[in-house]
Design a protein around this ligand. Structure first.
Ligand SMILES: [Zn+2]
Length: 161
């Protein structure tokens, strides 16, 4: 199998395992003391009122942030970045705001400068994918998505010269 075929094949794989940070699932209703997300009927979401019977338990996103264990990693590279850095950071943040409002566990973890490229990490794979799509839609460039087979992780590489 040549390099291109391997790359195409990797794109088709989804991780075999679910998000390990979703375990253990809270029994009943839970409230994250860190971010305020509420676990109810099997999922974490934003709720205007915290139920009285909610147990205090850190949500999976806050646990990933505390452990610095991203589910999504984006590498942004290329000469285009230098002249459009603020604009690109704005797009990353607005994509997070939109995604997080609907999906409480999809958040930015960290944005790091690495010798002219940017490393962006996220608490959910879906946000990493959304940012990749947003960059491609706004700026074209090259974008590649790779799901890890044996763990819950998506690596996105975007570049434009
Ligand atoms: Zn939380």
């Amino acid at each position: 199998m040549d390099h291109y075929q391997q790359s195409q094949k990797n794109k088709l794989f989804k991780p075999e395992h679910g998000d390990p940070y979703l375990e253990p699932t809270p029994q009943g209703t839970a409230h994250c003391p860190q971010c305020g997300a509420v676990h109810h009927q099997g999922r974490w979401s934003w709720q205007p009122v915290v139920p009285d019977d909610a147990q205090q338990q850190l949500c999976p996103a806050c646990r990933r942030i505390a452990d610095d264990q991203p589910a999504g990693t984006l590498h942004l590279a290329g000469g285009f970045l230098a002249g459009h850095r603020e604009e690109i950071l704005g797009l990353i943040h607005s994509t997070e705001t939109a995604e997080k409002s609907q999906h409480a566990l999809e958040r930015l973890l960290r944005i790091t400068d690495q010798d002219g490229s940017l490393l962006v990490t996220t608490t959910g794979m879906h946000l990493a994918q959304r940012i990749g799509h947003a960059l491609s839609a706004a700026y074209k460039g090259e974008c590649d998505y790779r799901y890890a087979q044996d763990e819950y992780h998506l690596a996105v590489h975007w570049s434009r010269d």
